[in-house]
Ligand binder design. Structure first.
Ligand SMILES: *Cc1c(COP(=O)(O)O)cnc(C)c1O
Length: 228
């Protein structure tokens, strides 16, 4: 058995343990295997294990890899999206996790309309307010959500966040809980459902799941350290 299979088995166990701790349903969490810089042969190994959801932070990587890998793979765009890449992102991505401005939403809506589909998007939230981060600030989130809700070819199905690179478990718990609280409030206030919370990476997905994550985006723990 390959190392990637071992890693995926171990992660699956950790995910189930966190789900049990939090008294959530067994299928409450989707694992997105993050494959940036990972060559197709290794992605294929994860596929053979049974993994079907993969995440990339560049649209060109999705296009290049999708052409070499099985068609039933579900690609997730998790990185910052430039407006000139939106058309390709809509063509290839099951969910765009990184919508963070009204202009980007407009462009996604336009492209989705041309392709006669409803694009699933998550609003990326800059939960800490760090100026170096992409994502909408918490103070502008509601306004952006209303923009998204007004677009016929966009299905806004939740929120995504990337926590600070260096944080203690308590701090991570705090940020993840905060995102979920905001989500809960927005759902109540606008009588809508925002079921997806995309949060949790290799180092902290157990914490994120206990705080309500529905999508965890895991790279290093599956494929090893990335050569940067
Ligand atoms: C790279 C990346 C991940 C995965 O990070 P790991 O620490 O390798 O698990 C998750 N989310 C986003 C947005 C990323 O760019």
């Amino acid at each position: 058995m390959s190392c990637i299979h071992d890693n995926l088995n171990a992660i699956q166990h950790t995910i189930q343990a966190a789900i049990n701790d939090a008294h959530r349903p067994a299928d409450a969490v989707k694992l997105i295997a993050v494959t940036k810089t990972v060559p197709p042969q290794l992605i294929q190994q994860a596929y053979e294990w049974g993994q079907r959801r993969f995440g990339e932070n560049r649209v060109q990587e999705i296009v290049a890899k999708a052409s070499l890998l099985p068609a039933d793979i579900e690609w997730h765009m998790i990185g910052h999206l430039q407006s000139n890449k939106v058309k390709t992102a809509v063509k290839t991505s099951r969910i765009i996790h990184s919508a963070d401005s009204a202009s980007l939403l407009r462009k996604i809506n336009e492209c989705a309309a041309v392709m006669k589909l409803r694009q699933e998007v998550l609003l990326q939230v800059n939960i800490t307010g760090e100026s170096t981060k992409f994502g909408v600030s918490l103070s502008c989130l509601e306004e952006l959500l209303l923009v998204a809700l007004g677009m016929p070819n966009i299905n806004c199905c939740g929120l995504m966040t990337i926590p600070p690179f260096i944080a203690t478990d308590d701090e991570l718990r705090h940020w993840y809980r905060k995102l979920k609280d905001y989500r809960d409030r927005l759902e109540k206030k606008h009588r809508i459902l925002l079921p997806e919370l995309s949060m949790g990476m290799s180092g902290d997905y157990g914490i994120a799941i206990r705080e309500g994550a529905t999508c965890v985006r895991i790279g290093t723990a599956i494929f090893g350290e990335r050569a940067t």
